[in-house]
Design a protein around this ligand. Structure first.
Ligand SMILES: NC(=O)c1ccc[n+]([C@@H]2O[C@H](COP(=O)([O-])OP(=O)(O)OC[C@H]3O[C@@H](n4cnc5c(N)ncnc54)[C@H](O)[C@@H]3O)[C@@H](O)[C@H]2O)c1
Ligand SMILES: CC(=O)N[C@H]1[C@@H](OP(=O)(O)OP(=O)(O)OC[C@H]2O[C@@H](n3ccc(=O)[nH]c3=O)[C@H](O)[C@@H]2O)O[C@H](CO)[C@H](O)[C@@H]1O
Length: 351
């Protein structure tokens, strides 16, 4: 039987590129679309740099199209060009603060883009869909660890709401037409890089998230980390999160695709992708210092608005239903982040 062909949206981004690599290794054919709004391309090659490197690492070919998923005609042309079996949908704008300043752009890109994609799928009889959701759909945790049964929808930012609203659309779609099989993967805090050090997280401008900030301090690009809050009711007063290695996360997607490929069951399924282990900001800082041999200078400052004290996953459902479990711990996350950051101090761009 020919290997299934998966259309990957946002495949040039951080999570998309790592997942494409694991999908190729697992034998899937991959077609990527990305409009490069948050991915680096040198212009010299047709491929964005992350995907160039994925091809180098795997020795396998990726079909790439520079497509904006909000553009109906562009999306349709990809479905006409290829016989697609499944879709893994990563393309989205994802900065929480920015989404509060420009909500309409977030709703257009993330909601309209997803609708256009789902319509093109239905028109082409493609009904298997893996969606990049987030722990943000749970809002402030009412209990810990957070299970998939935890209520969703109490999101504070337009970004978070796009993740929640999209899940609701997907549930309605599955109710309306029994051909749809949707897996929504709710990521906790993805960090780390591929073991090769060739691909990793390359945020534009000042990082919003903790791990890329720590890595840029360690490599000398930024003078110090601000630790947001040291008076939370946690083990050392700093915020506790469930960091998950990007390769574990990518493997979770392959398991979700395997499930959709092999099982006739349809409907909407949501799974947490996390480790179940909480790690504080200071624990991560110290683990990074050990892994890199560099000092990470930090200053304790006020809390960031909207941050919760503690959030970590119950990831047992993904283990039962997908046969997936995160295996890489905090030290490995730091070691792999450092390899990527120290070998590519300016990310993909050769500055
Ligand atoms: N990184 C995280 O911490 C995290 C956590 C939870 C959920 N997610 C979700 O995972 C997905 C991937 O996140 P990421 O961290 O890899 O982000 P990323 O910005 O690195 O990747 C997203 C990619 O989508 C592309 N894109 C955006 N809008 C597009 C459009 N309209 N048409 C085509 N391409 C478009 C961007 O150019 C980028 O390459 C997103 O849906 C995000 O919301 C991320
Ligand atoms: C409010 C917010 O942005 N939420 C997003 C952020 O979750 P999180 O806020 O959980 O992730 P994060 O990496 O921004 O922060 C993790 C922890 O580090 C702390 N911290 C962070 C940065 C820094 O410079 N100093 C510092 O102390 C922060 O207070 C928190 O306790 O990222 C997630 C993915 O990774 C999701 O996309 C969330 O929606």
């Amino acid at each position: 039987m020919a290997p299934p062909t998966v259309l990957v949206t946002g495949g040039a981004g951080y999570i998309g590129s790592h997942t494409v690599l694991e999908m190729l290794n697992a034998g899937y054919n991959v077609i990527c679309v990305d409009n490069l709004c948050n991915a680096y391309s040198s212009g010299a090659s047709k491929l964005p740099e992350a995907l160039n490197r994925v091809q180098e690492i795997t020795g396998k070919k990726i079909h790439f199209y520079r497509v904006n998923i909000t553009d109906r005609e562009q999306v349709r042309s990809v479905f006409q060009e290829h016989k697609i079996d499944m879709v893994a949908h990563f393309a989205a704008l994802k900065a929480v603060g920015e989404s509060c300043r420009i909500p309409l752009q977030y709703y257009h890109n993330n909601m309209t883009g997803t609708n256009v994609l789902l319509e093109a799928m239905a028109d082409n009889n493609v009904f298997k869909f893996v969606y990049s959701s987030s722990a943000t759909v749970y809002g402030e945790p009412k209990f810990l660890p957070v299970t998939e049964e935890h209520p969703t929808g109490n999101c504070t930012s337009p970004y978070g709401k796009t993740k929640y609203f999209t899940e609701e659309i997907l549930k309605d779609l599955c109710k309306s037409d029994k051909r749809w099989a949707v897996v929504s993967l709710r990521y906790f805090n993805p960090v780390g890089a591929h073991i090769s050090g060739r691909i990793g997280e390359d945020p534009n401008g000042e990082p919003n998230n903790l791990m890329p900030y720590i890595a840029q301090v360690a490599v000398g690009r930024r003078p110090k980390l601000s630790v947001y809050g040291s008076d939370f009711p946690t083990k050392d007063g700093t915020g506790v999160r469930d960091y998950i290695h990007i390769v574990d996360l990518a493997e979770g997607h392959v398991k979700a695709l395997d499930k959709l490929r092999n099982i006739a069951e349809t409907g909407f399924f949501a799974y947490n992708l996390g480790t179940g282990v909480g790690c504080s900001v200071l624990e991560l800082v110290h683990a990074f210092e050990r892994a890199s041999g560099q000092k990470v200078t930090y200053e304790l400052v006020d809390r960031r608005s909207g941050d919760v004290a503690t959030c970590y996953a119950d990831a047992k459902l993904a283990e039962q239903a997908l046969g997936w479990k995160a295996t890489r711990g905090i030290d490995k996350m730091c070691e792999d982040t450092w390899r990527w950051q120290s070998q590519n101090p300016n990310g993909y761009a050769q500055k």
